[in-house]
Design a protein around this ligand. Structure first.
Ligand SMILES: Cc1cc2nc3c(=O)[nH]c(=O)nc-3n(C[C@H](O)[C@H](O)[C@H](O)COP(=O)(O)O)c2cc1C
Length: 131
């Protein structure tokens, strides 16, 4: 018997046409956003923002950003229910990482002492930055 994940991968596809009258349910959207929130990153740095584009005004701005390049994507933006824009941070400081670690301490996933030790891994951030 084929593994469930292989079945899923064989039947998945990229939507190339959307029905503008249909909207994703809030429950399904919440699942997608939670899956994004749980994404793995180097040393759990989470150097990104996920921007959920829903209003007609925001979709228009996204649409217009393709005016000079990749125009083939414009029709998707107007027709789809939501766009999730993946934005990665161009700079990443120790203060950014401290916010992640403070949340981990607050949630009791690490102790205050482990937080200090975690900064030892910050060199990996420097390896991964675009510059
Ligand atoms: C990194 C990446 C970028 C892509 N960019 C676009 C895009 O800009 N516009 C689009 O319509 N599809 C885009 N696609 C979807 C591909 O066209 C699609 O995955 C490919 O044709 C294979 O089809 P399938 O996903 O249905 O198997 C992208 C896919 C990947 C993995």
């Amino acid at each position: 018997m084929k593994h469930e994940i292989i079945n899923d991968l064989e039947s998945r596809y990229t939507a190339k046409k959307y029905d503008p009258s249909k909207k994703i349910s809030q429950d399904d959207l919440a699942v997608l956003l939670e899956a994004l929130r749980l994404s793995a990153s180097s040393i759990n740095s989470q150097p990104w923002k996920f921007v959920v584009i829903e209003s007609e005004e925001a979709k228009q701005r996204m649409h217009d950003s393709f005016a000079n390049m990749h125009q083939f994507n414009q029709h998707h933006i107007k027709a789809c229910s939501h766009v999730i824009l993946f934005a990665n941070k161009l700079t990443y400081s120790r203060n950014d990482y401290e916010l992640v670690l403070n949340k981990a301490v607050q949630d009791k996933r690490i102790t205050e002492e482990q937080k200090e030790a975690a900064f030892g891994s910050f060199k990996f951030v420097e390896l991964n930055l675009l510059n």
